[in-house]
Design a protein around this ligand. Sequence first.
Ligand code: GLA
Length: 723
Amino acid sequence: MIKMIKRLGDYLKADTQNSSLIILADERPKFVYFGKRIGDSDDYGFSGIKSPRGFSSADDVDNSPCLVSSSGDGHSRENMIRVVTSDGSAVLRLRLEDVSILDGKPAIDGMPSSYEAKECVVFKYYDAASSVALEQYFAVFDDSDVIATSVRLINRGKEDVKIKRLFSLQLDLPDGDYEMLTLEGASCRERIPKIKTLNGGTYLNASYSGLSSNSSNPFVALTKKGPNGFCVESNLVYSGNHKETVECGNLGGVRLLSGINDYLLDYTVKAGESFCAPEAIFTVADDIDGASRAMRDFVDKHIISERMRRRERPIVVNTWETFLFDFDEKKLSALCDKAAELGIEMFILDDGWFGKRNDDSSSLGDWYENVGKLGCSLKEFGDKIRAKGLGFGIWVEPEMISADSDLFRTHPEFAMTIDGVKPMEIRRQLCLDTTKREVRDYIVDAISCVISKSGADYVKWDCNRSVQELKNSGSLFHSFTLGLYDMLKRITDRFPDLIIESCASGGNRFDLGMLCFTPQIWTSDNVDPRYRTAIQEGTLYAYPQISMGTHVGHIPDWHTFNGTSYDNAFSVAALGSFGYEFNLTELSDKDTEIVREQIAFYKKWRGVLQFGTLTVNERVAERGISCYTVADEKCEKAVATVIVTQSVFNRDYPKIYIKGLNADYIYKVGFRQQTEVDGKTTFTASGDALACVGVSLGDMFSEGAVGKNYNSIQTRMMTFEKI
Ligand code: GLA
């Protein structure tokens, strides 16, 4: 069997499908190379790696690109590890003790991580003065270009040590001109790509709320421009506070660090115990599109759990933007009938079905049905939905409690509060103290009971506030995240076929940790197709389309008040785990037929739309046009979506260059029928002609269609079938 990780003299070489990582295994192991896949050599000494690199000041020692760095070890810059021993010393001088290569890779205590690794290399370090040891893993996968890394710190001494920082990844990249892309935003504008040209100094990407956050996603892309350019991307398998620093070294080069945020971190590791940092993943490619393709593919194959991998997702209707809290048996029943008649496959009962919850002021924690609103028990309600041919899904917010709830009245100690401090309510709710085992037991039992009683096939797991009651502050944020993973693990083990869509006020916790348990995530509460185009484009830099919950919502949109056609809304929502979220019973006859046709189209092309390999033809940030192709494995079937967000007058029609097809195949090209568009319908073309000659937008949109669309968004979906 061909080994992916080899020893070559003093070096370790890990090959992925298209990249090589070379490490010098001396007493302070160093990165020699990370880039395009290359052949083997016995010695890479010619790279200069064996000569100590530069001195940034008289006080610094070797600044070579080490795999780890720590305080008090000669590097006066941002470093990866900070540990304080019982005598107050922050000196940690880790030196290599041993290197080994293993088949597969070990699990990480209490945390989710990628699976089906082929091999991993383990570097074991030790610092005799502090008795601190460190294990560092780099794992490769035989069908991917992504490398997974993690570290475990072990206290081999007799006294406690305190972790003040333990990042998961340190990557020192060579000198050059870099551009950094991060995914930033807020509620309703999550993961908007932000590009910064690195120009000295240190750049920060971090969250502080207890969640991975909508303000800064843990994903980072670093593109080195010019000759010998490349793009390195990293992400973290973690759902709590994270921190990435990108530091332009004063000697040149760029250092990327990524891991748990050290904000307030002060974690005690007792004698003989250890602490695991979450897994980080990273990849390299010629450009950002190549690196992002590798990331999406990896998430699809090695992060989304095996039991949910490539599992087709149903078309849903969700009651939130349909009724908010204002529903009764009659309204729900009418919506369900209409959904069944249209061919929708699952009915999701969102917030408002439990306790006495008619607004957001009460009942979180009281996970039993409001019979008055449902008209029957939860079990009967689930049965009724199934009798109409639909699957049943239900909304819960397990980590939270309302002060006005039976749970709070009976167990006030379950809430995360601090004696003598008035609890801070956010969205009129408190966090449960999920760092306590008895609280998690209660939640797991209560949520399991909801799932069993209702026979739910799907759960929307929401989380609508940040963590602010900072007791046990040194460990609180991390323990809150571990508590979440413990509950998700227990529930997914108990209900292996359950689809969980996680959500956090929209996409406030869209990360790889969640994706290990919940194969899809509600992307954003903003479903305005114009804005969603940017949100989804940002998300797709790091995550595959199947992970995104994408719905056609109310028109005009409830958040932005923009209006458009149902067809345009569909084109944007069709790329993902799709559904509807507005009152379908109020559709006109004409719009009913439009929606019926959309559902039939989605079902026909579902495999490609949900799991097809995605190629970016153009991004909206460039000239107001977004265009993606998704193609099946053999490139025999594909769909391309074109979204134009800016009408331009008095100019030649722009052309769209459709990539991601097989250059040598001849395709029958079709356009999805859209009522307001009377452009071209079908033609035949080769894959290379579509990519090189391009397709004129002039043939796609008639002038009339432009006039009828508010806010000048126009869309078309093209289909490709190999002849
Ligand atoms: C959050 C979610 C919404 C909806 C509401 C219900 O805001 O993002 O989609 O589920 O909660 O309260």
